[in-house]
Design a protein around this ligand. Structure first.
Ligand code: SG5
Ligand code: ZN
Length: 258
């Protein structure tokens, strides 16, 4: 649960496996993606359902490990197609970042880190709940988006950063003032992505995630990313919350370009 793992010292990633057996598994996330070793494929188009709709009652929560964005109203956005069999329902999104702009992403590409990464977590509709979904190897899909630095502010992120300044304390939560649309915060190109089978990147590290890592980063200013680094946990600022890369083992990463 929430307070028994962290990113430093005796509760850091090196020790997760002592309490959570699955964190020692052979199909863990994150990984480094070596672009020379990926298998190029032309997968069916991904269908993004409800990503364009303005959503009211979006909750932003500092849970002491990251900031979670959740939607209250039904129906939740959905995703299908690509490598996915069936439809996956939005659960929550959250971010991983680093102490400075040279690190912070979880997956890496050719050993390159990005300053921040967004995870949109979806559970397979036929499993009805996240709790049930995490007991199936195809239970979750996470859409992952990298960030890179730009000199120009990304206006769609202003609503998020102003929400963040109201949840700097751990276990604080607010409802966003303005309607929020998923597509507005994503990169333009959603056709090029890497996909592989992996795990949750936090305990319990369940190996139930179909990862989709979109190639085109979202561009933010240093100042916009700095707002995330002001968020606090019970023991001070959340300076970093990314897990180190794990062995790829016998897995193949696929690269969709079509
Ligand atoms: C997130 O990472 C959230 C989890 C999420 C994991 O950071 O974890 C925390 O913030 C620690 C408490 O989301 C929740 O706990 C929802 C309340 O776990 C899940 O989404 C489980 C289904 C791991 O997600 S990740 O692999 O995409 N990084
Ligand atoms: Zn995550």
């Amino acid at each position: 649960t929430a307070e028994d793992f962290g990113y430093d010292g005796s509760i850091g990633p090196t020790y997760w496996g002592e309490r959570y057996q699955e964190c020692r598994g052979k199909h863990q996330s994150p990984i480094n993606i070596n672009v020379l070793r990926v298998k190029q494929v032309a997968l069916p188009d991904i269908t993004f359902i409800g990503f364009n709709d303005p959503i009211d009652n979006v909750h932003v929560t500092n849970n002491g490990h990251t900031v979670l964005i959740e939607v209250e109203n039904e129906p939740h956005p959905r995703v299908s197609g690509g490598p996915l069999d069936g439809t996956y329902v939005f659960s929550q999104m959250h971010f991983h970042w680093g102490d400075n702009d040279t690190l912070g992403s979880e997956d890496k590409i050719n050993h390159r880190s990005f300053p921040m990464e967004l995870h949109m977590v979806f559970y397979k509709e036929e499993y009805n709940t996240v709790k049930e979904a995490v007991t199936h190897t195809d239970g979750l899909t996470v859409l992952a988006f990298f960030y890179e630095l730009d000199r120009h502010q990304h206006p769609a992120y202003d609503d998020i950063t102003s929400a963040l300044s109201n949840v700097t304390d751990p276990h604080s939560s607010i409802v966003m003032n303005n309607p929020f649309s998923f597509l507005n915060i994503l990169p333009y190109d959603l056709r090029r992505y890497f996909t592989y089978r992996g795990s949750l990147t936090t305990p319990p590290c369940s190996e139930v995630v179909i990862w989709l890592d979109f190639e085109q980063p979202v561009r933010l200013t240093h100042e916009q990313i700095e707002v995330f680094r002001e968020l606090r946990s019970a023991s001070g600022k959340i300076r970093h919350n990314f897990r180190p890369i794990q062995p790829i083992g016998d897995r193949t990463v696929f690269y969709n370009i079509d």
